[in-house]
Design a binder for this molecule. Structure first.
Ligand code: PMP
Length: 326
């Protein structure tokens, strides 16, 4: 594990080793610690997979230096891949549904990437198909495909999981994290279960999302404003392994929005709504451990705050609930 005490020769060396900070809204008896991923150079957890996937694909010969990486992405992964591509002599092209935040798209462009927008109503599926069409048209091009690439999960198994266990002296009772691609939760949960098969694992999704279908439930589909987690198309969640998950917690937009404001005003945490949704769910799990409803091997909960609220100011994240565009 790196420390950030010595000078680095590349920004890639500053990825990871993010701090864990207590969430004080949890019960005293069952503290909650959040891994604050906005400390990464691209300000989100996705820097980890950008670096890991590209380095591995270069090593495996899936792509040669000078080639092009094409990815369908909601934004943060684009930033993570763009940073890594720029430092590893690769070009980057991103296919992004229009609804995702303009800040992210501007950052990807600043990092030297090209961006192609697809219509919001066509969903992530269309963005994925378009990325593959483009890759066919080019030589030496690859689609890392974070939604199905095991390297996404592996990045978190190799880095995020061990860092959480190291920071908490191996005493982790529950892991609570949002699922977009599910790479984060799957990597961390797999690492956690390897350390301790009894660790409790909760996935987090917005109310209206369909992840819980993977556990045989029949959630009602609806629109949601929380950005970065959830699914409308469970067939694209190829990394999600229901065997690693005890529970899926649905968080309504309104609660996540309230909690994002509370985390800023009371705890000094400038985090976005996938983080605040995780915070709400982590508090629920901590209360369950405290009351004895949930069996966990330790009285601690680890959660993940994937990115910063600064990226969503233009969408009114700190305005009223009605004004927040999501
Ligand atoms: N939060 C934000 C803001 C994200 O961009 C993402 C990635 N879509 C996630 C959470 C979820 O991470 P994962 O894809 O690893 O499930």
């Amino acid at each position: 594990m790196t420390t950030h005490r010595e000078p680095k020769s590349s920004v890639l060396e500053t990825i990871g080793s993010t701090p864990m900070v207590e969430v004080h809204a949890g019960p005293d008896e069952v503290p909650i610690y959040a891994k604050v991923e906005s400390f990464n150079p691209g300000a989100s957890i996705k820097d980890r997979i950008g670096k890991y996937m590209l380095e591995q694909m270069l090593e495996q010969g899936d792509i040669e230096p000078g080639g092009t990486v094409i990815e369908p992405t909601a934004g943060n992964t684009g930033i993570g891949i763009a940073i890594a591509a720029g430092q590893l002599d690769l070009d980057a092209v991103f296919v992004v549904p229009e609804r995702f935040s303009v800040e992210k798209q501007q950052l990807m462009a600043a990092l030297g990437a090209d961006i192609i927008n697809t219509p919001t109503e066509d969903g992530m599926k269309r963005a994925i198909d378009r990325a593959h069409e483009l890759a066919e048209e080019l030589d030496n091009a690859v689609v890392p495909q974070q939604f199905s690439n095991p390297l996404n999960t592996e990045a978190h198994y190799e880095t995020t999981g061990p860092e959480i266990y190291g920071a908490l002296d191996e005493e982790v009772g529950a892991i609570v994290a949002g699922c977009g691609t599910a790479g984060t939760l799957m990597g961390v949960a797999r690492y956690a279960r390897d350390q301790d098969p009894e660790v409790y694992v909760a996935a987090v999704e917005p109310e209206g999302s369909l992840y819980s279908r993977h556990l045989g439930e029949e959630p009602e589909e609806g629109e949601y404003k929380i950005e970065g987690i959830g699914t409308h198309d469970p067939d694209t969640n190829e990394l999600f392994d229901p065997d690693l998950v005890d529970e899926i917690i649905q968080v309504p937009d309104r609660k996540a929005h309230e909690e994002a404001k509370r985390l800023a005003s009371e705890e000094g945490q400038l985090v976005a709504t996938s983080a605040s949704a995780a915070s709400v769910a982590a508090q629920q799990v901590a209360a369950g451990i405290k009351s004895g409803e949930i069996d966990a091997p330790h009285d601690t909960v680890a959660t993940i705050f994937p990115d910063s609220s600064e990226r969503y100011l233009s969408k009114g994240i700190y305005r009223t609930y009605e004004e927040w565009e999501g």
